[in-house]
Design a protein around this ligand. Structure first.
Ligand SMILES: [Mn+2]
Length: 179
């Protein structure tokens, strides 16, 4: 099973279209969206080709393969226009490891949920792969609005491999889980 993880699109139709390209190039089985899909949020500038309606259209075209967690900028109306469900967190076992996917404003490196091996989140717009207290903490970064000199990025999870890549597909960091 191959997963494409994307976070913090914040209404950018330009980067939503990039997801289409990445999906074609990477050929994942599922897309996991970590939230903050449409609204740019009062702390952020407008994103490139800001067009929440167009982003919704693009994401809805992937509804059959999307798993989605709810971000702190995702409102009731955002859920209403989406043809997929928003969850607080998604728990999956991949290669025997317990993964927890979440937006990151509640659970993150400073508040790691119990009984997991890998925590994957976004929210901070900074991509990284780190370890804390025996838990692998991965931030997929933001595809549209990276901060602190990080790149526009996404994450690939393929069996025991974690690959953090920039939007052009170049590897930023990677980790192979010991299984
Ligand atoms: Mn957020």
């Amino acid at each position: 099973m191959k997963y494409l993880v994307v976070s913090d699109i914040h209404g950018s139709s330009y980067y939503a279209n990039k997801i289409k390209e990445i999906y074609k190039n990477e050929g994942p089985d599922k897309i996991i969206l970590l939230g903050d899909l449409y609204y740019h949020g009062p702390r952020n500038p407008l994103t490139k080709e800001y067009n929440p309606m167009e982003v919704a259209k693009i994401l809805n075209s992937f509804k059959d393969v999307i798993l989605c967690t709810k971000g702190n900028c995702d409102a009731e109306v955002d859920e209403m226009i989406s043809d997929f469900e928003f969850k607080d967190k998604i728990e999956l076992t991949i290669s025997g490891k317990r993964f927890c996917f979440t937006h990151g404003h509640k659970y993150n490196m400073d508040n790691i949920p119990e009984n997991i091996d890998v925590l994957v989140y976004g929210h901070f717009h900074t991509g990284f792969i780190k370890e804390k207290d025996g838990v692998i903490c991965v931030n997929s970064g933001s595809i549209s609005l990276p901060k602190d000199n990080t790149k526009n990025s996404y994450l690939i999870i393929e069996n025991e491999k974690l690959l953090l890549k920039d939007v052009e597909g170049n590897l930023i960091d990677s980790l192979t889980l010991e299984v």
